[in-house]
Design a protein around this ligand. Structure first.
Ligand code: IPM
Ligand code: MN
Length: 357
């Protein structure tokens, strides 16, 4: 085997370990067929460990994670941990400390998968959202004044740096060029109301686009963009936006591509490491039942392969996923799939083993 990649694996909580197991099964098949050597290193992080040991994301784990070529995360979340702690102290901390400044969310309807959008098929829903991942309101600035009194004031600040906006916008142009589809990049902001934040985004976007004369550019206010995502999703190719708007529109994206059973994303530092994850969360009520759909986790592995430069393997895995959704999975919802979690992993792995390459 010639190529080797070191992958940090965070199975995490709830259904995380089950879907990660299927992702690893599929990567095993990829490794055999494409001659890629993966070295996996598991990290015990998440709500379970926090409840057991009071440990969230220690500095030692962070520096080890920073050394990984990529990170594969199942899910973090536990009903016994108050909301916000695991999100802020593990997921967001990882984004900030590893400077994973791009959140990459393909919104692709695979063949055979149902979309709630009337009269739309796979060719119509195929775009990518690039969400800034380390700034905006997620930076956590603000505070209370006179908390708990009738005169209380809550301030929530949105931090947007020129450097942060520029690097994200530039990544989006590059991504659009690499994708080489419609070559259309849409800036999503709210210039009519957010007169500082969105103005900075608009100016950076307009300056950078001069370097990309081959890319057609457009602009949508975030509210209108939500309507167009539903009405005319085929108009989009790549969308670039700020952290909170990206968070919101990618959930809309997830549902039009068939739901959380299929949606995967990447948190990327193009100069460092990157973390790939299914978007579905820990789904505690389905944990241990072999009913959750592992397709999103497998999709996260597919994105990871592409990111690692394994283009051929990434394309092969995408073919295998499409073949499985087309022929075997009419419903992707937990509890409604006609296959169990591990059988879906088997189906994808078998398709890869049978690929002619
Ligand atoms: C996401 C999630 C996170 C976010 C939460 C869990 C903090 O919704 O990755 O989109 O808001 O970014
Ligand atoms: Mn979200």
């Amino acid at each position: 085997m010639s190529k080797s990649h070191t992958i940090g694996v965070i199975p995490g909580d709830g259904t995380g370990p089950e879907v990660v197991a299927e992702g690893l099964k599929v990567l095993g098949a990829v490794s055999r067929i494409y001659g890629i050597d993966f070295k996996f290193r598991e990290f015990d992080l998440g709500g379970k460990r926090y409840l057991r040991e009071g440990v969230l994301l220690p500095d030692s784990a962070l520096s080890d994670l920073a050394q990984m070529d990529a990170i594969f995360l199942g899910a973090i979340g536990d009903p016994d941990v108050p909301p916000g702690i695991l999100e802020r102290e593990i997921l967001l901390k990882m984004r900030f400390k590893l400077d994973l400044y791009v959140n990459l969310r393909p919104v692709v309807l695979l063949p055979g998968v149902e979309t709630p959008l009337k009269d739309k098929g796979p060719g119509d829903i195929d775009f990518v959202v690039i969400r800034e991942n380390t700034e905006g309101v997620y930076a956590g600035g603000g505070g209370f004044f006179k908390k708990g009194t009738p005169d209380e004031i809550a301030l929530q600040e949105s931090v947007n740096t020129r450097k942060g906006v520029e690097r994200c916008v530039r990544y989006a142009f590059e991504c659009c060029r690499r994708r080489n589809r419609k070559r259309r990049l849409t800036l999503c902001a709210k210039t009519n109301v957010l007169i500082y934040e969105s103005d900075l985004w608009r100016r950076c976007f307009e300056e950078i686009r001069d370097d990309y004369p081959d890319i057609e550019t457009g602009y949508q206010h975030v509210d209108a963009l939500c309507m167009w995502m539903v009405k005319n999703p085929e108009e989009f190719d790549v969308i670039v936006t700020s952290n909170l708007f990206g968070d919101i529109i990618t959930d809309l994206g997830a549902i039009i591509q068939g739901g959380l059973g299929i949606a995967a994303g990447g948190n990327i530092n193009p100069e460092g490491t990157a973390m790939f994850e299914p978007m579905g969360g820990s789904a505690p009520k389905y944990a241990g039942k072999n009913v959750i759909n592992p397709m999103a986790a497998i999709g996260a592995c597919q994105m990871m392969l592409a990111h690692l430069g394994e283009a051929e393997a990434a394309a092969g895995l995408m073919d295998a996923m499409e073949s499985v959704t087309q022929h075997h999975l009419s419903s992707l919802e937990a509890g409604k799939m006609e296959y169990g979690t591990s059988e879906v992993g088997d189906l994808v792995a078998e398709k890869i083993e049978n690929l002619e390459i």
